[in-house]
Design a protein around this ligand. Structure first.
Ligand SMILES: Cc1cc2nc3c(=O)[nH]c(=O)nc-3n(C[C@H](O)[C@H](O)[C@H](O)COP(=O)(O)OP(=O)(O)OC[C@H]3O[C@@H](n4cnc5c(N)ncnc54)[C@H](O)[C@@H]3O)c2cc1C
Length: 483
């Protein structure tokens, strides 16, 4: 597997760019096409067909692993299709081109009194990329995945044909393309609903938890009360404290609760601070780099847990939507703290496990990680529910997103641990999320999705893309298209 950065790859063939996953642990060389309109998307598909090569779709490149890269061939990056075509000020429905980012959408919607119904922990994904992965937010248990709020989408099929799909028209394509990781066509337009909000702030409650059981029970019993629930977990803590953490629960404000909504709904109120503890945001990753080793991260996690108890004692507080939703965007390029040379970076492993098996499975995964000497530097717990999309990662249960440092010396050992985590998760009836994955294989993919759903998806793929024009390193790794 190639994993070099542009800084270390001197002999890049003419016309090729190095395209890497967000976690930097995987990358590949490809010719990148950036169409400005639907016609240029069609031309790109035709070009790849003429040259008998493949084409990988890529949005903002925020998937951690190999979902939007492909070794050789073309990468099609429709990020210039970035116009918001219309916004219904009454219903909050937005009609956007596929390259519009979540950031652009919320900045357009919020001053009009609306907020996207589902956002990821970063605001930089495009809607095309977000739909292709069917992203979830901290409110997935309550509102489902992003696809559940899409009214219709335009898909340019590998043949060049443009199909408008919705629940009522081309329903199978609609339910397969959402969550279909860019295998069936290019999303060039989407009509998506946003939610009416009465303030630019949410009210946040912090709860410090002694162990994983307490976090799960506290969150479970408050699902009806809060719009958002998410827990940070200190993966370094072992023994009776295994899984200790800090839950953040948030609710939207009711009309009248915010005395000055015109002020909080303004984009300026949402802007993330320019400096953190006096250090310019752009430089914070350098400081984090000094702590990017097991003892440093153990210290940082312990400090966060201690501060969490103080946060809880202070009681509920208000925070802007952007600050609550996009905490990880506070520190630009924080991933660079993991190293920026060949085969470094991070992988995220995010097992989704049915509710009844979540506690024991996550505890086993945390214990395996500690025993193997690969403790996740960041661990995040969320509650989920099933959704109607064909290749869904959603289920009635929980996910634990685990960030592991990748280093050339320990990479093979880390992959062995990841494989043990895969076994534990699948044995519990769990799944993985293609946006985060870099480790599972075809047999694992076959086990995690219902056989009938996978078969229907593959049949559709063969029908709309008989030549296998759309392919990524991820699809080659987890899908068997030969059958
Ligand atoms: C810091 C961070 C936090 C995150 N938090 C969350 C989270 O809370 N919840 C969550 O669900 N995800 C989360 N993610 C993952 C992220 O939301 C997804 O990976 C998302 O798909 C990225 O969108 P993108 O535009 O960057 O697409 P890419 O990552 O470039 O591509 C994603 C997939 O979409 C396909 N694709 C791209 N554009 C199109 C298109 N126009 N038409 C069809 N297919 C296309 C690609 O082939 C690929 O399979 C996070 C990522 C980061 C880096």
């Amino acid at each position: 597997m190639k994993a070099r950065t542009p800084l270390t790859f001197p002999r890049l063939a003419r016309g090729y760019e190095y395209v890497e996953g967000w976690g930097m642990a995987h990358g590949a060389h490809a010719r990148v096409l950036r169409p400005r309109d639907v016609e240029a998307v069609r031309e790109a598909l035709a070009l790849a067909r003429r040259e008998r090569t493949t084409l990988a779709l890529r949005g903002g490149g925020n998937s951690y692993g190999d979902a939007s890269s492909a070794d050789r061939g073309y990468v099609l990056e429709p990020t210039r299709l970035d116009r918001i075509l219309s916004f219904d000020a009454h219903s909050g429905a937005a009609e956007c081109q596929g390259g519009v980012t979540i950031e652009a959408l919320w900045k357009h919607a919020l001053p009009r009194g609306f907020w996207p119904k589902v956002v990821s922990g970063t605001m930089y994904p495009t809607l095309g990329g977000a739909l292709a992965m069917n992203i979830h937010g901290k409110n997935q248990y309550a509102v489902g995945t992003i696809g559940e709020h899409v009214r219709e989408l335009d898909l340019v099929l590998p043949s060049g044909e443009l199909v408008t799909a919705s629940r009522g028209h081309e329903s199978e394509l609609f339910h397969a393309a959402i969550g279909g990781f860019g295998m069936l066509g290019v999303v060039t337009r989407v009509v998506i609903e946003t939610k009416r909000v009465h303030s630019g702030d949410v009210e946040v409650t912090a709860k410090s938890t002694r162990d994983l059981r307490e976090a799960l029970e506290w969150m479970e019993s408050r699902r009806a009360r809060y719009d958002y629930l998410v827990a940070w977990i200190d993966a370094f803590a072992g023994g009776a404290a295994s899984g200790r953490g800090l839950v953040h629960a948030a609710r939207h404000l009711a009309p009248g609760e915010d005395a000055a909504p015109e002020r909080t709904l303004a984009v300026a109120h949402q802007e993330l601070p320019r400096a953190i503890l006096g250090v310019s945001k752009g430089e914070v990753w350098r400081a984090l780099r000094l702590l990017n080793h097991a003892p440093g991260m153990r210290l940082l996690n312990a400090a966060k847990w201690t501060l969490g108890m103080h946060e809880e004692a202070q009681g509920p507080y208000r925070q802007s939507h952007a600050a609550f939703a996009f905490l990880l965007d506070y520190v630009p390029n924080w991933k660079w703290a993991y190293g920026r040379t060949e085969k470094r970076g991070l992988i995220q492993v995010q097992p989704f496990v049915p509710a009844a098996r979540a506690h024991d499975t996550f505890q086993a995964i945390l214990a395996e990680s500690r025993a193997a000497g690969h403790v996740p530097y960041l661990a995040v717990l969320k509650r989920h529910r099933p959704d109607p999309f064909l290749l869904t990662h959603g289920l009635d249960g929980w996910s634990l997103a685990l960030d592991y440092k990748v280093h050339p010396d320990t990479r093979a050992d880390l992959w062995r641990l990841a494989d043990r985590i895969t076994r534990l998760t699948l044995a519990a009836g769990g799944r993985f999320y293609p946006a985060k994955d870099l480790v599972i294989g075809r047999e694992d993919a076959r086990r995690m999705w219902p056989a009938q759903a996978l078969e229907r998806f593959l049949a559709l793929k063969r029908r709309v893309d008989p030549e296998g024009l759309l392919a990524t390193d991820l699809s080659r790794r987890i899908l068997d298209l030969s059958a």
